[in-house]
Design a protein around this ligand. Structure first.
Ligand SMILES: Cc1ncc(COP(=O)(O)O)c(C=O)c1O
Length: 438
């Protein structure tokens, strides 16, 4: 396979962009450095073309969850073109943000007000600021990954690796003021006793409880009810982070499916199907506290984000996209199980079906992953150990992908049996956590 232009672009990027990309999950070294193309020239539906003109079926991260309908969706793009034709920005506000707020509140009847941002991490910072302003308190209990901002990375200040349990190990809080140490405290999903202990110790200074409604595992019986109860008893604002889980199981927050009523919920990623938009929705008594602090930004007022979100949400609802995403994800998980058993490889599968992942339960798991990535690329697939479903994925794509992945797993098994993994690998395996690119 020729990926010379893509590799040359990676070399140029390394000179001018620290870490090569703006997002850890799109760094080629997270897949297999030297074989992962890294850059795209065009994307449409489930297809992606790299800089050398190679075409792939994307069975990997779907723009890391942004493109829930598929790449360059015609209806969302038409709404964006109309926004461009009408002018995307002016000295006045765009009415689409009001229409979108009304739609989000009608989909989530417990919420009455909405603020906007454009990306996930910043919208979580907005939500936490509003909650702290509302309560006049500082401490935040959290579970899971919530972005790059100071309020969150402060969890790793002065500790070994508090965030290691929460999606990404090794995040260094260099540059985060040391004065924030102790302001944000982790608990693990389904470990109500850990949240209970935090609430006991911080009853007088707890501002918020922050968590994803669901991610790697199903909630155990009583867990979500217990979280709601602890929020009520401590007065903490319950913020549900729907940045990844939202619009996967239904056309709104996963909390609706799970029967959890938060005080605020935060959406981004899928909401714009590839265009930047984030929404912080909440109960009016909490959201009004945004007026007691300063939260304001120029590009939070442009028209493309809300126009894209309106088109995405309406199409998502019309197609009942959540049901399709669940179905496609289930097919992929069942396929992984089948081919792993057939090839004699041990894998562990997790995640809600539309955000599925597996890991190899073997020594040198990251070398196995690198070989999987490499051999799947040779067969025309962008593929890794994560699969994020898009509405444009059809059953036929899954069938071809699982057939190819089955052959690849068999080849990996043979490679293990022969003991010549290092010889087979053309790229460098991923490192387990966040590391510098050499
Ligand atoms: C649950 C969750 N919260 C927050 C974020 C951060 O969003 P962004 O990458 O848009 O800043 C992510 C991104 O992966 C996420 O999955």
């Amino acid at each position: 396979m020729n990926i010379q232009k893509s590799l040359a672009m990676q070399e140029r990027a390394k000179q001018v962009i620290p870490g090569m990309t703006q997002l850890l999950s799109k760094r080629p070294d997270m897949f297999s450095y030297g074989v992962w193309p890294g850059y795209f020239s065009r994307a449409k539906g489930v297809e992606v073309w790299d800089l050398d003109g190679n075409r792939y079926i994307d069975m990997s991260i779907a723009g890391i969850g942004a493109n829930v309908l598929g790449y360059a969706d015609p209806d969302v793009d038409a709404a964006v073109r109309a926004a461009i034709d009408a002018g995307t920005n002016s000295s006045l506000n765009c009415p689409e943000e009001v229409e979108l707020a009304e739609l989000l509140c009608s989909l989530h009847p417990w919420a009455q007000m909405v603020r906007y941002a454009r990306t996930g991490g910043e919208s979580m910072a907005v939500a936490v600021r509003i909650a702290r302003a509302h309560r006049g308190k500082d401490t935040v209990a959290f579970c899971g990954y919530h972005g790059w901002h100071d309020w969150y990375l402060a969890a790793n200040l002065g500790t070994e690796n508090a965030l290691g349990e929460h999606l990404i190990a090794g995040l260094n809080p260099a540059g985060v003021p040391r004065g924030l140490a102790g302001t944000v405290l982790p608990f693990r999903y389904n470990h109500l006793e850990e949240l209970n202990a935090i609430v006991d110790r911080h009853r007088d200074d707890l501002a918020a409880i922050v968590m994803e409604p669901i991610r790697g595992v199903e909630p155990e019986e009583g867990f979500l009810e217990g979280v709601r109860d602890l929020a009520d008893r401590s007065g903490a604002v319950l913020i549900v982070d729907e940045i990844s889980a939202g619009l996967r199981m239904n056309s709104g927050g996963a909390h609706l499916v799970l029967g959890l009523e938060p005080d605020m919920a935060v959406f981004s990623k899928a909401l714009g199907n590839g265009y930047p938009i984030a929404a912080i929705i909440g109960k009016s008594e909490v959201m009004e506290s945004a007026q007691r602090t300063f939260i304001s930004s120029t590009y939070w007022t442009e028209r493309i984000g809300p126009a894209a979100a309106l088109a995405t949400l309406k199409k998502h609802q019309r197609l009942n996209a959540g049901a399709r995403l669940m179905e496609i994800g289930r097919l992929v998980q069942a396929g992984w199980k089948r081919i792993a058993e057939a090839s004699g490889l041990e894998i562990e599968i997790g995640g809600i079906p539309p955000l599925s992942h597996f890991s190899f339960r073997h020594e040198n798991a990251l070398s196995l992953k690198a070989l999987f990535v490499q051999l799947m690329l040779e067969k025309g697939f962008l593929a890794s150990t994560l699969f994020y479903a898009m509405y444009s994925h059809e059953e036929a794509h899954v069938t071809c992908y699982i057939d190819a992945a089955g052959e690849v797993m068999a080849e990996i098994r043979q490679t293990l049996d022969r003991g010549d993994m290092e010889k087979r690998l053309q790229g460098n395996p991923a490192s387990s956590g966040f590391k510098r690119i050499a």
